[in-house]
Design a protein around this ligand. Structure first.
Ligand code: WT7
Length: 635
């Protein structure tokens, strides 16, 4: 028997050791005993981080949806697969059983085929958190199409950039979406985006808010009539282990967003295995991850991981603040949620509103609490532990990335003793190392470690879509023969890891990964702007907020600065989305630069964080005189 479900700290160590000493034997057992294969692999793993190239389960054939749906039909056909909780608290929840989900995915898959989608084609999904989102993802996987979900809070420009980068043939969207008391015109955004996307020849539109929208003849199709006419069974496309499953974009410190490519077998095995153990999922549990499927958290831990385990996974359409800040706890009580997985920023926002709304609800069903997306501060950790978990539910602080596909550093609940702000120990099969700036491996309790992983794991991204060189440069060039995460970390004397934050120019705002470059590009489009630089500074709810330093072409005294600030934030909203708006904008006469002309963000960061007294030596700057002026006018 393989160790599919770890039940004690001793067992964790035992299994961990096995997974490191003999990774191929270990993963082969997990894969063999817990998944359905059409053909077995001839090689468990081949890898070379210098190329880089990684292949898991080579030679195997499978379909991920057979594992997520078909194989459960005989034993769990009437069990709820997806429990959909709509935005409107008075509308009833929808329980979609495995049988129903299977049928709806098959119908959707047949619709995709009827519109010409074939194995390997890219399909862009731009939908709110409604069942059609999960169903369309699975429908793509069923026929071997590569889905690329774009979070439906992104702007038209951000959408068209992603559609074009992956050369999607089709976009799936809805007329609009609900967001608390507001509605959003999604189809209008898609129409704008597609002005710049000549490669898209079909748009499928789900009806959600019954708004009056434009349907472009020949291109746009209402989804429901097509589904009504579609046949309720669809044979699986048989996929090779390393065939692409999906592309998901994530921000880099510079340039275009990176289309991380995940492949079929390894991703499925690792997302399923981590789900089972990190949340200690048991057969009749109700599991809820509050993320959006537009992010990797939703891919791995709303859709693929839970469904591969035959779990009941909650999908919530709304926001934590509607109709009030008690909504999460209302849902936990109503559906007797057992595992609850959210982001530190949500915890901080809820904590701000006190415990009154928490105490109104029965949270006794909760067994495991999770967090993800950014370091959780001590105060938020204790609030979560005391008020939500009542000190009885272990908190799993899970560190991972879009690139890693699944959870990498985490406690195992009821096994690993937790420690606030520590993600604790590597998950089974994961071999982290801390490196210093010069490529030397660090020991325990040393500062400024860069977190790297020195051995492949099944769900690692295989490339950046269309740009393998960038994949190599970004992740495999900083340290020899290692995957570099971009995060700083330290390890304590018992081996627990604490993630300290990004060491590059990526800033995490409310758990969203934002690269500075695209935001600066958006600002620089303003005709009055000469140049700009963005840094992060601590924010009590968002974790980090954005501080922009903007130099104007003509710094005339009589400029209306407040109006300029509004215009700049509007540009950012249009180009990226409201999540990237700046909290503070300071107009400057110049930005500190090195002699080679590079903006010294380190200095700007210190100033934004009110640490101007710790600037260190600035005499080597090209223009040290601008620094005083910036400090004096800091906001
Ligand atoms: C970055 C990845 C993985 C799902 C959500 C984010 C930060 C993530 C933690 C954590 C400290 C964390 C890292 C990482 N991060 N989880 N538990 N503790 N930092 O995915 O958008 O690809 O962002 O999020 O900085 O590199 P992502």
């Amino acid at each position: 028997m393989s160790n599919y479900h770890i039940k004690s700290f001793e067992e964790y160590f035992q299994v961990y050791r096995k997974s490191i000493e003999n990774p191929e034997v270990f993963w082969e057992e997990i894969a063999e005993e817990h998944f359905t294969w059409r053909k077995k692999w001839h090689n468990v793993l081949s890898w070379d981080f210098t190329k880089p190239e990684v292949k898991w389960f080579e030679g195997a054939q499978l379909n991920v949806t057979e594992n997520c749906l078909d194989r459960h039909l005989s034993t769990r056909g009437d069990k709820t697969a997806i429990l959909f909780e709509p935005n409107d608290p008075n509308a009833s929840a929808e329980h979609i059983t495995y049988k129903q989900l299977h049928e709806r995915v098959c119908k959707f898959a047949n619709v995709l085929k009827s519109k010409g989608i074939q194995k390997g084609d890219r399909v862009c999904i731009y939908l709110p958190m409604i069942p059609e989102l999960a169903i369309s993802v699975l429908a793509c996987a069923r026929i071997g199409a590569v889905h690329s979900v774009v979070f439906a809070g992104f702007s038209a420009t951000a959408l068209s950039t992603r559609v074009n980068d992956c050369d999607a043939k089709m976009v799936i969207t809805s007329d609009g979406s609900y967001r608390g008391a507001k509605t959003i015109d999604l189809k209008g955004i898609v129409d704008d985006a597609l002005e710049d996307c000549p490669g898209v020849d079909a748009v499928l539109v789900a009806k959600r808010i019954n708004s009056d929208i434009n349907m472009k003849t020949g291109r746009d199709h209402w989804l429901q009539p097509l589904l009504d006419d579609a046949y309720g069974d669809c044979v699986i496309e048989i996929m090779d282990a390393e065939d692409p499953l999906f592309i998901l974009y994530t921000s880099g410190s510079t340039g275009m967003p990176k289309g991380m490519l995940h492949t079929s077998a390894g991703y499925m095995v690792y997302s399923a295995y981590t789900f089972k153990n990190v949340f200690d999922y048991r057969e009749n549990d109700v599991y809820w991850c509050t993320a959006d499927i537009g992010w990797i958290t939703g891919h791995s831990y709303i859709v693929y991981g839970p469904l591969a385990n035959g779990a009941t996974t909650v999908m919530f359409e709304g926001v934590p603040s509607y109709p009030d800040f008690g909504r999460f706890w209302d849902i936990v009580e109503k559906h007797k949620v057992n595992q609850f997985y959210t982001a530190p920023t949500a915890i901080r926002a809820l904590a701000k509103h006190g415990t009154e709304l928490v105490e109104k609800h029965d949270l006794s069903s909760l067994k495991v609490l999770g967090t993800v997306g950014e370091p959780i501060n001590e105060e938020a950790w204790h609030w979560y532990n005391e008020n939500i978990g009542k000190k009885k539910s272990p908190i799993v602080d899970t560190w991972w990335q879009t690139e890693t596909g699944g959870i990498m550093i985490t406690p195992i609940p009821f096994s690993t003793p937790t420690k606030p702000t520590y993600a604790t120990l590597p998950f089974i099969g994961i071999q982290p190392v801390l490196m210093d700036e010069n490529g030397k491996e660090l020991g325990d309790n040393q500062v400024d470690g860069r977190l790297c992983i020195k051995y492949p794991w099944p769900s690692m991204a295989r490339t950046i879509w269309g740009n393998h060189q960038r994949y190599k440069d970004t992740y495999f060039s900083a340290f020899e023969n290692m995957y570099f995460t971009g995060d700083g970390a330290l390890r304590d004397e018992v081996g627990y890891y604490r993630i300290t934050g990004r060491v590059d120019d990526v800033i995490i705002v409310s758990g969203h990964n934002l690269g500075t470059a695209p935001i600066e590009d958006a600002i620089n489009e303003h005709q009055a702007v000469a140049e700009s630089a963005i840094v992060g500074f601590p924010h009590d709810v968002k974790g980090n907020a954005l501080y922009g330093y903007v130099t104007l072409k003509d710094s005339g005294e009589n400029r209306d600065h407040d109006n300029l600030r509004k215009e700049i934030n509007q540009l950012i909203t249009d180009r990226i989305g409201p999540i990237a708006k700046l909290d503070k904008i300071q107009f400057t006469n110049g930005l500190p630069k090195t002699r080679s002309g590079k903006i010294m963000r380190r200095i700007l960061r210190k100033i934004a964080c009110n640490e101007a007294d710790q600037l260190g030596d600035i005499s080597t700057l090209l223009n040290p005189e601008v620094v005083d002026e910036i400090i004096n006018n800091a906001i």
